[in-house]
Design a protein around this ligand. Structure first.
Ligand SMILES: C[S@@+](CC[C@H](N)C(=O)[O-])C[C@H]1O[C@@H](n2cnc3c(N)ncnc32)[C@H](O)[C@@H]1O
Length: 321
């Protein structure tokens, strides 16, 4: 990947965004601005027993299909310590936080993947990225993991042109959708990795190089036997801590109350982060959604189901990893 620019705006992409079959019904399912408070029940219907063994508790971020199927691909092989449970070990059956599947890809998404991936995509190598080369400029870098259809990422990238953004997502239709948006808005401050975020962080992100990390509505994996698939785990937080500069902010959000509590418990166990909110219990440890986080597709879906939303903003302290 390099910082070269080609013709970023694809007419096909523009056209595709008008189609009713377009991804993510972006905007059309916006149920309004009212956030459900943390006191609302966090019932989670998508995770019922009938959706298959690999039920992440979420739906396809683009088509809204239930996510199920075989375990994901992706190479492993990093030697990063403590990550054997999160897909970054050389163990051939490492546990991953996602189930990879192809999903439906619209013509516009495919065209964007064909024409814009070579410009904005980051090919996975076990080699540290140089952000200045990648973006062709020096600017603070914000990482979003699991961007889904990428609409939220696109919105903040437009709002914050002086920041560089790296999005990581394994779902191809979502990547295609974001590439279309990048083309439509002629964004030059976004790059995309299609690789497992655990391995991407472990092998491609330089220490202390990130200004902010956003992980919004990660798959909750509601069944107890799947909790090990949850992205937010102690070793993963350590990996994040190593990649973030001191004072950088980790912003997590979820609409699944048991996962919110799980996140908080793990965050309290790690020495590397401090809450920007003073409370320790769930109700007081979260913050109201800040302006820096637009409503996401999954959040809107949660609202429709009456879910609460929990946002956590933790600051990277100065304890070295
Ligand atoms: C529930 S969706 C949320 C999407 C989006 N943030 C939103 O709020 O609409 C979670 C997304 O995280 C992605 N994901 C899960 N684990 C991942 C990993 N290890 N690396 C990259 N993406 C991952 C999934 O593919 C999925 O699209």
């Amino acid at each position: 990947m390099n910082g070269k620019k080609s013709t970023p705006v694809s007419d096909i992409a523009k056209c595709d965004s008008m189609r009713t079959t377009d991804v993510a019904d972006s905007g059309s399912d916006d149920t309004g601005s009212g956030l459900s408070g943390p006191d609302k029940p966090g019932t989670y219907n998508a995770g019922s027993e009938d959706v298959g063994r690999e039920d992440s508790g979420q739906r396809d971020p683009v088509s809204d299909d239930i996510v199920s199927g075989n375990s994901g691909a992706g190479d492993s092989g990093t030697d990063h310590p403590g990550l054997a449970n999160q897909g970054a070990s050389s163990h051939p059956r490492a546990v991953r936080s996602f189930v990879k599947r192809d999903g439906r890809i619209t013509r516009g998404q495919q065209a964007a993947l064909d024409t814009l991936w070579p410009v904005y995509g980051i090919e996975y190598h076990r080699e540290t990225l140089d952000f200045s080369t990648l973006f062709g400029r020096k600017a603070p870098c914000i990482l979003e993991i699991g961007f889904g259809n990428g609409d939220a990422l696109c919105e903040i990238a437009q709002r914050e042109p002086h920041h560089n953004f790296v999005g990581v997502e394994v779902h191809r239709p979502g990547i295609g959708h974001l590439l279309m948006r990048i083309g439509q808005h002629e964004l030059h401050n976004v790059r995309i990795s299609d690789h497992d975020a655990v391995e991407f962080l472990a092998n491609m992100i330089a220490p202390a190089s990130l200004e902010r990390v956003n992980i919004w509505f990660p798959d909750p994996w509601p069944k107890k036997r799947h909790h090990k698939r949850r992205l937010i785990q102690l070793p993963f937080l350590q990996l994040l801590a190593a990649s973030m500069r001191f004072g950088a902010v980790l912003h997590l959000a979820t609409d699944w109350q048991p996962y919110a509590q799980y996140m908080l418990d793990v965050l309290h166990k790690t020495p590397y982060f401090e809450n920007t909110s003073s409370g320790r219990d769930l109700e007081h440890a979260c913050v109201a959604r800040p302006d820096s986080r637009p409503l996401t597709k999954f959040e809107r879906r949660g609202h429709r189901k009456g879910h609460g939303v929990w946002d956590f903003m933790f600051k990277r302290n100065d304890i070295p990893v």
